[in-house]
Design a protein around this ligand. Structure first.
Ligand code: GLV
Ligand code: MN
Ligand code: MN
Length: 415
């Protein structure tokens, strides 16, 4: 590799912004927000869009058995040493244009620029992970499958709230795993993920780049509460077994526990469904999700034990049946010192200010960290806002992050 020339390599800013705008139109709602749930029509369209971009970036593209899109430098042999990068294109309901999408499009653009000017000595690979957000089946399914943390039969049997299995949803989306052997090469030497911060720290401290040191763990429990449906006018209050009232008590209890546990513990109920869902029927069934996070595994376990004690208390006191289903458990992760140092050197060479930091949001790279050296690059989020339509990062900040990724990839391929 032409080492001197390497340091002057930059992304095409025009292409980066154009592709961010184009992808943001897929699944865009009248609110301006974006909904691209796994294997939905919008997700399928977005998959086609990014697959075309991957081809234009000088890569072959295929899908693995978990629906992950994997692009790989053309002509790279199956066992060539590989540097991988990527993120996700699914969104939360009514989400923004950058969470996940920025990391994917920044990675494609960085690889495209590299392929246009250099012949890297290692294979480059882009990974677009299925169901990062967990809105439909459970968080990080694609990266957990890829990293061997969940087996195929468990993943294929997972069900969404309409009881559709992952296998059927993937089949209905017409996604067939490609037969090429490039899908899961054995030799991934490093994985780097570019992402918006989704919090206020970089903006507040006026830093261009966040270099992630560690990421909190994330658990997602789905709670099904069963009471008894009945007529809202004729059933006396004392005789009711209202599942939604049970859910409300759980929501307050979970909030209280996280507050008492203290920073960095957090717990959220962000999804509530009541059945049959009519104003004049006592809800006989409710389903809620509890998302809880903390910095270490022992702390996460303690938090989960306290949260589960609330379920038991509510079930006993309100005469409700409660079934707990674990949707995901992603362990806290430390980033690789080696990759972190390379991100820092890349930021310095671009004369960008940076800050070493923790991530309170969870990411696919936590699972990749179980199988390879992993690093993560953040750019600022305006007002710290994410998982919302007005998620925003200034164009120059987006360009800076993608250039840091490009430099990091080049340095890793040159190791
Ligand atoms: C991932 O988006 C998370 O919820 O942290
Ligand atoms: Mn994300
Ligand atoms: Mn997200």
């Amino acid at each position: 590799m032409q080492v001197q020339k390497m340091f002057t390599a930059r992304i095409s800013t025009t292409r980066l912004h154009k592709t961010i705008t184009e992808l943001s139109k897929i699944g865009q709602l009248s609110t301006g927000g974006i909904t691209r749930l796994t294997f939905s029509k919008a997700d399928i369209e977005a998959r086609k869009y990014v697959s075309n971009l991957i081809r234009k970036a000088g890569m072959s593209v295929g899908v693995d058995k978990f629906g992950n899109i994997i692009g790989r430098s053309l002509n790279a042999t199956f066992d060539a040493p590989t540097i991988a990068c990527g993120s996700h294109i699914d969104t939360v309901p009514n989400g923004g244009a950058l969470d996940g999408a920025y990391g994917v499009l920044g990675a494609i653009e960085a690889i495209r620029s590299i392929h246009e000017h250099y012949k890297p000595t290692k294979a480059l690979q882009i990974m677009i992970f299925t169901e990062e957000e967990g809105t439909r089946f459970g968080a990080f399914i694609g990266s957990r499958g890829f990293a061997g943390l969940l087996d195929q039969s468990t993943i294929y049997a997972m069900r969404d709230k309409e009881n559709v299995t992952f296998r059927d949803a993937m089949h209905n989306a017409n996604l067939k795993p490609s037969s090429q052997r490039f899908r899961q090469p054995p030799n991934i030497r490093a994985y780097v993920e570019l992402h918006i911060e989704q919090g206020p720290i970089l903006e507040h401290e006026q830093k261009s780049i966040g270099i992630v040191e560690s990421i909190v763990g994330l658990g997602d429990l789905e709670i099904e509460i069963e009471g008894k449906p009945g007529h809202a006018g004729t059933t006396p209050m004392q005789l009711r077994r209202d599942a939604l009232v049970g859910a409300a008590r759980i929501i307050l209890g979970v909030n209280r526990i996280a507050l008492r546990t203290g920073i960095p513990a957090v717990a959220t109920v962000g999804s509530v469904a009541a059945y049959p869902g009519a104003p004049n029927v006592i809800p006989g069934r409710a389903i809620i999700n509890v998302d809880y996070r903390d910095a270490s595994l022992p702390r996460m376990k303690q938090l989960e034990t306290k949260i589960k004690s609330i379920f038991k208390q509510v079930a006993d006191e309100s005469n409700l049946k409660i079934v707990i289903r674990r949707k995901s458990l992603t362990k806290p992760a430390k980033m690789s010192t080696k990759v972190t140092k390379i991100i820092e050197a890349s930021s310095r060479s671009l004369e960008l200010s940076f800050k070493h930091m923790q991530s309170g949001a969870a990411h696919d790279c936590q699972n990749m960290a179980r199988i390879t050296k992993t690093g993560m690059i953040f750019v600022p989020s305006r007002n710290g806002l994410s998982h919302a339509p007005n998620e925003y990062t200034k164009p120059k900040q987006l360009e800076d992050g993608a250039n840091v990724l490009l430099q990091t990839l080049l340095r890793l391929t040159n190791e």
